[in-house]
Each structure stands twice: as structure tokens, then as C-alpha cells.
Design a protein around this ligand. Structure first.
Ligand code: WTA
Length: 650
């Protein structure tokens, strides 16, 4: 969790740029407050009104069926999410660019709404021809290429549930997720490009499929053209399937609560949880929040830089913007390839007006310097956003000046894989902002900062961030584990949704999110769990015990620090450290590589044998321990650990 600087509580709010506010959808705090109050007074009426912006095949008969923790939104309604993102736009926006894709090597592909619709229909027919049925699960393991959103929308069209696994995850991680969701089809590519190098995605996927008996077919997009292994009968080329596939595919009506996707995310145990989102509520709230938070207009060029493998890519690259008929930019590669000005170059060439990125990216741009930015014309930008982790006030201010040139509002958006859509954020034309603060809950969102007893904390006190009412885009359950869903989110403080974040509320009622209170780590905005990394480590033959904590990192927000006790017969060495890091990369993915691996001879434990991560965090952050150690079993461990950073190797 971030160290909190109480001085920020005295920050003077910065009013939205006057020009922006004048034209904004919501142009004043009075309007926001009115809307907030209306939603709070009658949430169901509020969402029912908003639901008119969905193209229903059958109208819902009831807004909400709520029995903690299970919600059914828009009961009786029927819709098709793919139809809502494509078909309904064809009348007015047939020739409007939907997808503006740029490859890392500079090649481009632009698809209008009519063209995207056609490709989605063709691929939906492919899925049908392979026998995919509604509620079947389709795993997707792909680079950032147009076939990825096409695959998602095709799944949605035929009622299949997609489970996208970020391309940086390992074969083991992919296999676990395929097994948990019992996916029948895998969609992947022969490879991808990252910083000019080929990422051999199919090799990894093939390794995963060795352990995945549920997978019947693996559909492979030809992206790199590199030679790949081929399993006849299982592997099928995307382009060959699509070539033969009809371009017409009706969008059937599915129930409001029809499952749309599963997205695995890290929690507090070693096993990732499959967060399940369903159709109408998710679509409605991502569509609504995209319009409101980004003040989206017909002529905007919208760019969310997130990888689709994470929830931000699902909600704010694909579903939210497409449901609004927006023109979206999608970039395949790294921000520093071939040079550190790639993003500014893209913004200039595509005339991007809305730019939504991560706090980590902002800190990296800041470190790279103005020499990459100054030569570019960024005057098309009118709004900036950040997501995924707290943004420190210095980075916020830099973003506003260096990129926004003082004229773009910044929306610091707080939300989670579980919430499906943005919960806390400024409204760009209304909310006075405070650098580093996500400000206020959106209308319809009942956020509070409370003690473990559920009582509101006073301004300046730290408490737990909770959400009090169900909301349309909330997760419906953890796939296959209702009990964990209930326990993790709805039982900590009975009857309310426990976010897992610590927060403070200031004298103006602004919410400052400080970071996680559990063992979830955020490295460059990527969500990982201490326990997952610990189990990866102890699965290595040299490791007897391991503990993993985070320490602050100037660019990535947090960095992973591990303490390892070796089995007898193994000695600390540079080679072993490298081997352990590689082992984590092959068990979870390269994103989980630790910044530091320390060899220790003992870990701090309570008398009941629980590892005291709090103390390890102190060692990782400060090299010493000053906190309460009364429950520690063996006091000498502290000294030895503090020294561990020095005794690592002989
Ligand atoms: C953190 C990402 C501070 C928070 C959309 C949350 C943030 C976790 C912010 C969810 C923000 C996200 N300010 N912290 N604006 N946005 N977080 O599931 O700890 O990858 O609980 O969803 O990211 O991460 P997830």
C-alpha cells in the first residue's frame, strides 16, 4: 500500500478547463450532484432510464432482482451484445471508422463499422461451424491485433463466453485458466511482435494444450508468418476458416444475464479467480460510463492503450467505446518502439482526442523526457485519463502540463476487474480535480470509506473502500466458486461489497484510494498476488519456503520482492537467483519476474505459523523493522532478515 502524504488533503481543487466545461455533457457540479442524488434516491429508476440506450430485442420486465450477493439485472430482457456494438450503428455509421489499427512495424488497417460487422459475422459463422454453442467457453490468447476484438464480438454474437488470457502469461497459467473454464476452443496466433522481436505465442499455447483435454480446436491467426508446429485435426488457420465462411450471421437474442466473459484475476490465494460478467448490465454500464467519463462525442478519436488481456481493454477499448459507435485506435506494440515517441507520433497522425493510459506509462513518459514529446503536435487531445493504480500528484501534474498542455482535464478512474466499469472518477467538465485523487463516485455508485465495523471514517482517517449497493456491471460470481465470491467480497463487512482497497476521504468528500489492503500486488498496473508467486517459488526443487511482498517503485508503482529459504543441499548463488526468476516466468509469466530475490534462513512468523508479510514489507522497503513485533515467534529473525539483503550470496 502507498505511503500516504496527508498534505494532499490541503490541495486546492483545480476547476475543469472553462472551455471544456462549457461544451461538456455534464458541465457543473450542480448537475453532477443532481444526477447523483436522483440515482441515490431511486437507483432502479435511474438505471431503467439509462437502459433505454440499449437496443433490446425484448424489454426487461424488472430492473433488479437482488439477494445478497446475487444480482440479476434487467430481468426478462433479451439482447445481443455484438448487435449493440455493431449492427445498430450501421444505419448511421456504416462508413465511420470503428477500428484504426497500427502494427508495431507501422502497417495499418482501418475497418469501418460495416467492415468490422462483416468480419465479426464471418468469424461468428466459423465458431458456429465448429459447433460452438451458447455458454460454451472460448479461450483467447492473442497479441493486440484486429482479430482479437473480432473474436470477442463473434463470441458475444453466438452467445459463447470468452476467456481472454493476457499474452504475457505463461503456458502453465494459460493451461490453468483453460482448465478452470473448461474452454472448448482456443484462439491464438502464430506469434506477435514486441519491440521488433517475434513472441512465439503458438509455442506457448501448444505447451499449454498438452495439458488441456477440453480443447477441441485451436484457431491460429497468421501474424508473423514464422514456421510453427502444427497438429492436424486440432490446429486450424483463421484465414482458411474465414475464407469459406458466409458474411451473414444473424444476432440471436440472449437473456440479460447471459454470461458474456470470464476474466481471471489475482486474489489473495494462489489460485486466480474467474470473474464472471454478464450481458445487459455490463454493456449498459460500460457504454454509459464511456460516454460520461470521457465526455465522448461522435467525432472523437479515442485511444485506450491498455492490452485487451486486462479488464481495461475489455471495457474501455472494446465494449464501452464500440457500444457508443466510437472510432478507436488500437496499437500492437511497445510505447518505445522504434523510439520513445511512438505514442506521441500516433496521437499526432491519428489526431487522437481522448487518451486513456496507465499511471505507470505516465511515469515512464515523464522519465523519458520532453525531447520525445516537444517535436509532436498534440493539439488534437482534449481529455486524458489514467487507471490501474494510484497516480502520484507529481506524475499527475506532469501529465496535465506536458501532454495536456494545461487544457485537457484528467480523469483518474478507479475501478476493478470485478466492478466491470469505472466507479470513482471526476466528470471532466464538472468535477474540480485534485492531483492524485479519483475524486467522487459516479452517479449510481454508493462508495464509502469505513472501519471493519462498517462505520464511516472521519476525514483524514484511513479505512476500507466499500460499495454499498449492487450496480449493473458488477461481477456476478467467481466462475465455479460462489462460496469464494460470497466470502471474498460480501462477507468481510456483511452485506456490502469489499473492494480490498484502503482509502481516505477528505474534507470535501473526495475519495483518495491508497492501494490494496490484501496481498494483491500491482506491478505496472498488472494485478498479481503474493500467494501466486509464492506457490510458483515453492514448486522449484531448491525452495523450501518463500514469502513475497511489494515495495514502491518509481515507475511501475510497485515492484516484487521475494524472500526465499532454500532446501538443504542448495546454496545461494547468482545462478540460482536467475533460475528462480526464470521459474516464476515459466510458471506465471514474465510480468511476475521479481525485482529482488533475497535468500533468507528464516521468515518472520506468528506463533500460529503465519508469515508476517507486514514485517517483510518493512524490510523490503526500509531495510529494517520499526513496527509492532509482539506476535512474532522468534525475534532474532528480524536482525537476520535485515541482513538478508546483504548475505544473499557467498
Ligand atoms: C487499483 C483495473 C488507485 C486498485 C481497472 C484496485 C487504482 C485495483 C485505480 C484493481 C486508481 C485501479 N487509483 N488505484 N485510479 N484504478 N486501482 O482489477 O487497487 O486490474 O483495487 O482493475 O487497481 O485492479 P484491476
Amino acid at each position: 500500500m502507498q505511503e500516504f502524504d496527508p498534505h494532499v488533503l490541503d490541495e486546492k481543487p483545480i476547476p475543469p478547463p472553462a472551455d471544456f466545461a462549457k461544451k461538456a455533457r455534464i458541465g457543473s457540479m450542480e448537475e453532477y450532484e443532481e444526477m447523483y442524488a436522483a440515482a441515490a434516491a431511486d437507483p432502479q429508476a435511474f438505471w431503467a432510464e439509462e437502459a433505454k440506450n440499449i437496443d433490446w430485442f425484448e424489454q426487461p420486465t424488472k430492473v433488479l432482482d437482488w439477494k445478497v450477493p446475487h444480482a440479476k439485472w434487467f430481468v426478462g430482457g433479451k439482447l445481443n451484445v455484438s448487435h449493440n456494438c455493431l449492427d445498430r450503428h450501421l444505419e448511421k455509421n456504416e462508413n465511420k471508422p470503428a477500428l484504426l489499427w497500427e502494427a508495431e512495424d507501422g502497417a495499418t488497417l482501418q475497418l469501418t463499422y460495416a467492415e468490422l460487422h462483416e468480419r465479426v459475422c464471418q468469424f461468428a459463422n466459423v465458431l458456429l461451424s465448429l459447433g460452438v454453442k451458447p455458454t460454451d467457453c472460448v479461450a483467447i490468447y492473442m497479441p493486440m491485433i484486429p482479430e482479437l476484438p473480432i473474436a470477442m464480438l463473434a463470441c458475444a454474437r453466438v452467445g459463447a463466453v470468452h476467456s481472454i488470457v493476457f499474452g504475457g502469461f505463461s503456458a502453465v497459467a494459460l493451461a490453468d485458466r483453460i482448465a478452470d473454464a473448461k474452454s472448448k476452443i482456443l484462439i491464438t496466433a502464430d506469434g506477435g511482435f514486441r519491440r521488433g522481436k517475434v513472441v512465439a505465442l503458438k509455442d506457448t499455447a501448444d505447451a499449454a494444450l498438452e495439458k488441456c483435454p477440453t480443447i477441441q480446436k485451436s484457431i491460429v491467426v497468421k501474424r508473423t508468418g514464422e514456421k510453427v508446429a502444427w497438429k492436424d485435426g486440432r490446429d486450424l488457420w483463421w484465414h482458411e476458416l474465414v475464407e469459406k465462411s458466409p458474411k451473414d450471421c444473424p444476432a440471436p437474442a440472449f437473456d440479460s444475464e447471459h454470461p458474456l466473459f470470464i476474466l481471471y484475476t489475482s486474489g489473495t490465494t494462489g489460485k486466480p479467480k474467474g470473474v464472471l460478467h454478464t450481458s445487459a448490465g455490463y454493456l449498459l454500464q460500460t457504454q454509459w460510463s464511456t460516454r460520461l467519463v470521457f465526455d465522448l462525442r461522435d467525432d472523437d478519436v479515442y485511444w485506450c492503450t491498455a492490452d485487451i488481456g486486462w479488464v481495461t481493454g475489455h471495457s474501455y477499448m472494446v465494449y464501452g467505446p464500440l457500444a457508443n459507435a466510437a472510432s478507436i485506435v488500437m496499437y500492437e506494440g511497445a510505447p518505445d518502439f522504434p523510439r520513445k515517441d511512438r505514442f506521441w507520433d500516433i496521437i499526432e497522425r491519428y489526431k487522437v482526442s481522448i487518451f486513456y493510459s496507465s499511471a505507470t506509462a505516465v511515469r515512464a513518459f515523464m522519465a523519458w523526457g520532453m525531447e520525445w514529446i516537444d517535436p509532436h503536435d498534440l493539439s488534437s487531445l482534449r481529455l486524458l485519463g489514467t487507471v490501474g493504480e494510484p497516480i502520484n500528484p507529481a506524475a499527475w501534474k506532469w501529465y496535465s502540463e506536458a501532454i495536456g498542455k494545461g487544457k485537457c482535464p484528467i480523469v483518474d478512474t478507479w475501478w476493478q476487474t470485478e466492478t466491470g466499469s469505472i466507479m470513482i472518477s471526476p466528470l471532466p467538465g464538472a468535477t474540480p480535480t485534485k492531483p492524485g485523487c479519483a475524486t467522487k463516485p459516479l452517479p449510481g455508485v454508493a462508495a464509502r470509506v469505513v472501519t471493519m465495523q462498517g462505520e464511516s471514517v472521519k476525514p483524514g482517517e484511513t479505512g476500507y473502500l466499500i460499495l454499498e449497493r449492487p450496480w449493473p456491471s458488477m461481477l456476478r460470481t467467481i466462475y465455479g466458486d460462489d462460496e469464494r465470491f460470497q466470502r471474498d467480497y460480501w462477507s468481510r463487512i456483511p452485506g456490502v461489497y469489499f473492494t480490498g482497497d484502503a482509502a481516505q476521504i477528505d474534507k470535501d468528500g473526495y475519495i483518495w484510494v491508497l492501494g490494496r489492503v490484501d496481498d494483491v500486488i500491482k506491478v505496472a498496473g498488472h494485478r498479481l498476488s503474493s500467494m501466486e508467486i509464492e506457490s510458483a517459488l515453492v514448486s522449484h526443487p531448491a525452495v523450501a519456503e518463500a514469502a513475497v511482498v511489494a515495495r514502491p517503485d518509481d515507475i511501475k508503482g510497485e515492484a516484487i520482492v521475494t524472500f526465499v529459504i532454500l532446501r538443504s543441499g542448495h546454496k545461494p548463488s547468482k545462478e540460482l537467483r536467475a533460475a528462480l526468476s526464470d521459474h516464476i516466468a515459466t510458471t506465471i509469466g514474465t510480468i511476475a519476474r521479481p525485482a529482488e530475490i533475497h535468500f533468507a534462513d528464516l521468515l518472520p512468523k506468528t506463533r500460529s505459523g503465519k508469515i508476517m508479510r507486514r514485517l517483510l514489507r518493512e524490510v523490503a522497503q526500509k531495510g529494517a523493522i520499526s513496527g509492532d513485533t509482539t506476535t512474532l515467534e522468534d525475534l532474532s529473525v528480524i536482525d537476520r532478515l535485515a541482513k538478508a539483503k546483504g548475505i544473499d550470496e557467498e
